[in-house]
Design a binder for this molecule. Structure first.
Ligand code: HEC
Length: 239
């Protein structure tokens, strides 16, 4: 009888360990590269957690003909902003000619790129992509893709920036968010969570500024960028 109980206990123990092993086996097969090329990205990325819903910071494969990612892997938000992250992208087909650290939207369309490997060629080994310390936040992206490219010529560091609005990196946030408009009484340049009421949205998407002197309505024609600005505002306009 005692022997029987012992077997029973042993059986239960074995069943327990097998169940446990199952989990481990599953995890390790998950990291075995599938067919195709493999890329490992590493770096100290900050700002990933600040993106609003619908956007993902990814390492992705593209070809020259399209802005839509062929293959992509989401970069996880590190426990502490700016910590080292490591992501392996496997199964990269021959079709892929370019690898990017970038942001894509729900349709997997590229919204902004941070780093690119062009002419990504076939190799048996894992390709390493070391990007170092990099701010990939939502506001940082708007600063680089919109303000630095299109606005600072007039809203820059000169003695008299247009409308007293400075859109230089490091200054733009305080000049916009919860800052009164000098042209529309009672309105804010950026009212967090309310893009439609924000002068920044209205000046880029409507013709309100056409009678003010400089018409801003055609300055940004990329709907990706206009949507990005609205999403940023409606998500609370975080720095
Ligand atoms: C060619 C010069 C020029 C460029 C480029 C320019 N602006 Fe302006 N901006 C002005 C002037 C001048 C005003 C004052 C009102 C007017 O004439 O439209 C102004 C006013 C504004 C205002 C209203 C400020 C307030 O307090 O109401 C905002 C917001 C603004 N600009 C944002 C931008 C953004 C964003 C960009 C880049 C996409 C940009 N501007 C590019 C010249 C420019």
């Amino acid at each position: 009888m005692r022997m029987f109980l012992l077997f029973l206990a042993l059986g239960a123990l074995l069943a327990g360990t097998t169940a446990c092993d199952d989990g481990r086996i599953y995890e390790s097969t998950g990291t075995v590269p599938r067919e195709g090329r493999v890329l490992k990205l590493s770096g100290q990325l900050s700002g990933i957690g600040k993106w609003s819903e619908g956007y993902s910071v990814v390492v992705a494969g593209f070809n020259d003909e399209s802005d839509y990612a062929i293959v992509s892997k989401v970069i996880p938000v590190p426990e502490t902003d700016g910590d080292e992250v490591e992501v392996v992208l496997s199964g990269i087909s021959e079709e892929v000619t370019e690898i990017e650290l970038c942001v894509i939207n729900r349709l997997r369309k590229r919204v902004a790129s941070f780093r690119t490997i062009e002419d990504f060629t076939a190799t048996a080994d894992t390709t390493l992509m070391e990007v170092g310390a990099l701010d990939v936040g939502m506001y940082r992206t708007i600063q680089q893709q919109v303000f630095d490219k299109t606005c600072t010529a007039c809203h820059g560091g000169s003695e008299r920036p247009a409308a007293g609005l400075v859109l230089l990196s490091g200054k733009s946030y305080a000049n916009l968010v919860n800052h009164s408009s000098v042209f529309v009484d009672g309105s804010l340049r950026v009212a967090p969570y309310d893009s439609k009421e924000s002068i920044l949205h209205r000046i880029l998407n409507t013709d309100i500024s056409s009678t003010w002197g400089i018409d801003h309505s055609q300055m940004i024609t990329s709907s990706n960028m206009l949507t990005l600005i609205d999403s940023w505002i409606d998500n609370g306009a975080q720095e």
